[in-house]
Design a protein around this ligand. Sequence first.
Ligand SMILES: N[C@@H](CCC(=O)N[C@@H](CS)C(=O)NCC(=O)O)C(=O)O
Length: 196
Amino acid sequence: MELWHAWTCPYCMRVRVALAEKGIPYAEREIDLGSKPPELLALNPAGGVPVLVADGVAIPESIVILQYLEDRYPERPLLPRDPLGRARARMLYDRVTALLGPHLPKLARGTPEEKERAADAVRAALSALEREAPAQGFLVGDYSIADVALASLVLKLPPALRPSGLGLPRLAAWEAAVARRPAVAANTTVPRPSRA
Ligand SMILES: N[C@@H](CCC(=O)N[C@@H](CS)C(=O)NCC(=O)O)C(=O)O
């Protein structure tokens, strides 16, 4: 199994975290998003990462990859057992992506005005999620792809814009719990931790 990814891409982080949580060995092709290798286009005509190549089949799109990993490696599950729980985890995966995903590039690379608007949008999004978050534990009960998705976005934010920095108690407790997971810590840190 081979993962094409970029270290800082939050969607790639999700796949790396899932592979690490499940203990699945893989080869990696880390790419520079500024100069994508032509072979990537052959694997994914849309040109983006992550792409997982499994048994010769190229699978783009993080949610499709995560579902594939769950189907093929159901041990150490990242989706609840019950169908409604699974639906809730997938819905939340899409919701956190829609709420936060578009603002991260603007925060990192926007004009000062764009950065300010993106910061306002992040504060509003996290306040909305705080109102829905459980008082304790993970987002849909057991740790799931919903937590992995939110972690991939929240842990890329500057500390002042994270739930802990914004004083959102439920999400701050959640943030501390996900950040403690070795698979998360090893795969969401920017820059990439040096390899021995
Ligand atoms: N919906 C995709 C989003 C992936 C995505 O946006 N990847 C970005 C990097 S973070 C990318 O490859 N951008 C370059 C491109 O699309 O050409 C997923 O969940 O996998």
